[in-house]
Design a protein around this ligand. Structure first.
Ligand code: 4AD
Ligand code: MG
Length: 475
């Protein structure tokens, strides 16, 4: 039986078998108390092993990290701290754990990153990964309930949808002995797919093709970016959810994104209350170590509730620039990148100022200058800005990026030319603008950034089981 189910029962001496990993064992010669966890819940169960039933030699091997199977009966606990406990009749050691590297004490997250194969067994990481599962489920449920179709877009592609050039090339050519063409350049026609290919940076372009037939679709898959930014918010391999909706304009797109984010957070509160309470307490403890002015005003649970209950602030890029230009930190030259005016890119310090100081709410910025956004976004009347939107979250910064797409063939071709995007390679994308084009919009949610927000974890490496970052692909 799983511990999650057992803990819901009353102790009526019913016979139970359970298996799990030992967190701690303490006690005396006569009786041992084992805290056992099987991952089904944040809570461990207490197993009482009395010397009359369990040999001393065996009990000695029940150390932190070992895996055991227990036959016993469920009784109400005499001790405080738990309602029920297991009185062991027999214990079998399935796997001992000599020199187990995780001590029954608090380890730093950094230390645990080096032990990613074992960190699932800590309370913090088990809670994080149960929540990651719940969020995955919430994503599919939200879109399924709305009549969206999940589309699996390719991981291997020839395109760079975002045009940022941050791609991982893939090849099975012999790198020591590359085939060359007449011009002396690498001959990719000899490569596995007969052309240059890379890992996808986004499923959007293919999702658009789906939306222009199925109406509303969403992708949920891994994306890869060779950005050399070693920050606490960037991964080289991360998961993205990308809905794409025919007939929706930018405002409908924003409404969908706001509803979606609130739904996912609400779903976690309803389904993982114990994990969230644990993480809430964890965050409070972490924050108590900080200086007063560095502590957040809200606890984790308060912050989640706050986001669900409040409308996100919506403003245009031009409005945001005005606010930033006239802000105290800009005037006092506190920003590393000062804001001078239209065209300036918003860096994370600016995003954080807007969200955490100025509005104290999630902020949605729309209508960015065309120069700092991708080629596929719909051009506004002004010829200078595009129908883009970014959603900025407290402590996270950008969590969603999206836009209304350029559905007019001539305008799209113009932008591709301006931005040096190869039209020949994207012939299929362009054909959708020739054959039955229509208004459509979509966005991308960085899944790990949402998990960071929900769990209060401060480093993106701690919300994905095995992070891939520059110089690191272990496990
Ligand atoms: O803003 P981005 O680059 O948008 C796109 O890829 C569009 N094709 C989405 C669309 O319209 N369908 O990325 C979307 C989100 C970001 O807002 C961020 O949350 C996340 O993906 N993201 C990353 N997360 C972790 N590590 C990285 N290196 C990330 N880069 C982007
Ligand atoms: Mg973006």
């Amino acid at each position: 039986m799983k511990i999650k189910e057992i803990l819901q029962l009353e102790g009526n001496e019913q016979k139970i078998n359970l298996k799990g990993w030992v967190r701690t064992r303490r006690g005396s010669k006569h009786v041992s108390f084992i805290a056992l966890n099987d991952g089904s819940t944040i809570n461990s169960i207490q197993v009482v092993a009395e010397a009359i039933n369990c040999e001393e030699e065996l009990v000695k091997q029940i150390t932190t990290g070992s895996c055991i199977s227990v036959n016993g009966k469920l009784v109400s606990s005499k001790g405080s701290g738990q309602a029920v406990e297991i009185l062991a009749k027999t214990i079998e050691i399935l796997g001992s754990a000599d020199e187990y590297p995780l001590q029954p004490k608090k380890h730093s997250l950094e230390f645990l990153r080096g032990k990613a194969h074992l960190r699932f067994r800590t309370n913090t990481f088990s809670a994080v990964f149960r929540l990651r599962h719940t969020l995955t489920f919430a994503v599919h449920k939200f879109f399924n309930d709305k009549g969206f179709f999940n589309l699996h877009t390719p991981i291997i592609t020839g395109t760079d949808a975002e045009g940022a050039g941050e791609i991982f090339q893939i090849t099975n050519l012999d790198l020591e002995n590359l085939p060359k063409n007449e011009e002396g350049k690498i001959d990719f026609s000899a490569d596995f797919f007969g052309s240059k290919t890379n890992l996808t940076v986004s499923g959007q372009l293919e999702a658009e093709l789906g939306a222009l037939a199925l109406g509303q679709v969403y992708t949920f898959g891994p994306t890869f970016r060779a950005e050399n930014s070693n920050t606490s918010r960037h991964l080289s391999e991360f998961w993205m959810i990308e809905p794409e909706v025919a007939f929706a304009d930018l405002n409908e797109n924003i409404d969908l994104a706001e509803e979606f984010l609130k739904y996912c957070i609400q779903y976690c509160i309803e389904h993982n209350a114990e994990d969230l309470r644990f993480l809430d307490a964890r965050m409070e403890e972490e924050e108590s170590k900080l200086k007063k002015e560095e502590r957040s005003e809200m606890s984790l649970l308060e912050r989640l509730q706050f986001v669900i209950e409040n409308n996100f602030v919506r403003l245009t890029y031009r409005e945001a620039i005005d606010v930033l230009r006239n802000s105290k930190p800009n005037k006092k030259k506190k920003f590393q990148y000062p804001i001078n005016g239209f065209g300036d890119d918003l860096k994370s310090e600016h995003e954080r100022y807007l969200v955490e100081n100025k509005y104290k709410k999630p902020v949605i910025i729309t209508d960015y200058p065309k120069g700092i956004k991708a080629f596929y976004m719909r051009m506004n009347e002004d010829g200078e800005t595009v129908r883009a939107m970014d959603i900025l979250f407290p402590t996270i910064g950008e969590i969603v990026g999206g836009s209304q797409r350029e559905e007019r063939l001539d305008k799209l071709q113009e932008r591709m030319e301006e931005m040096d995007v190869c039209q020949k390679e994207l012939w299929w994308y362009l054909e959708t603008r020739k054959f039955g084009t229509c208004t459509h919009s979509g966005f991308g949610l960085g899944f790990e950034r949402l998990i960071m927000f929900v769990t209060g974890m401060k480093n993106i490496r701690d919300v994905i089981p095995f992070p891939r970052t520059p110089q690191n692909a272990e496990f």
